[in-house]
Design a protein around this ligand. Structure first.
Ligand code: FES
Ligand code: FES
Length: 205
């Protein structure tokens, strides 16, 4: 989120902004051109040098044709080329979890995955969780339990929580803590993040 806007939005608006609705704007601003269900990426707008490869990416149920540098990480492509900035980059070296997305149903650090490895894989980012105006129950729980403080780690926490609940819908507290253990929170808001995931798990019992 833009720092200038921090004071102007509610938690609900913020979480929604992390979720659906950002794609259309991003598509226009990054030079993506919509053509039926496949979106073509214009290499002129990518900048940079190096060996490139054209990939077919499936992100949040949409197909994209994207030209990437071989060295580009998935996090970079999601943010810089697809405009999906709900995925954050903190450490950029596989330590903090801010960049967590789901790949083939598993939570993974997108800063530690090369984009060229993603051909044919199903990628889910925070933007793919809400259905229109309806937030995912886990996003709702993060609002209810004050999961976000500064919010920088929130999308990663939610994606790890989501991956856990998909695998284990009735996870107990120890399992939730383990499931979120790869996601650091510099605000130290762990108890509330765990409570949010646990609340969704408790409803499934
Ligand atoms: S930015 Fe990927 S683990 Fe920190
Ligand atoms: S809420 Fe600030 S880093 Fe987690």
């Amino acid at each position: 989120m833009n720092d200038d806007n921090k004071g102007k939005v509610s938690r609900r608006t913020f979480l929604k902004g992390l979720g659906g609705g950002a794609i259309g704007t991003a598509v226009i601003s990054t030079g993506l051109v919509k053509s039926d269900s496949v979106e073509a990426y214009s290499p002129e707008s990518s900048g940079g040098v190096g060996t490139r490869k054209t990939l077919n990416l499936k992100v949040n149920g949409k197909s994209y044709k994207v030209e990437v540098e071989h060295r580009s990480t998935l996090a970079e492509v999601l943010r810089d080329q697809l405009g999906l900035t709900g995925t954050k980059i903190g450490c950029d070296r596989g330590e903090c979890g801010a960049c967590t997305v789901m790949i083939g149903g598993r939570n993974m650090y997108s800063c530690s995955q090369l984009a060229v490895w993603m051909e044919g894989k199903e990628i889910l980012t925070i933007e793919g969780l809400a259905k229109g105006d309806k937030l995912d129950p886990l996003q709702e729980a993060f609002i209810e339990y004050d999961g976000p403080q500064c919010g920088f780690c929130t999308s990663g926490q939610i994606m790890s929580g989501k991956a856990l609940l998909l695998k284990n819908p009735q996870a107990n507290e120890a399992q939730v803590r383990r499931g979120l253990s790869g996601n650091l929170c510099r605000c130290g808001n762990y108890n509330r993040e765990v409570a949010a995931v646990l609340a969704v798990a408790n409803k499934a019992r």
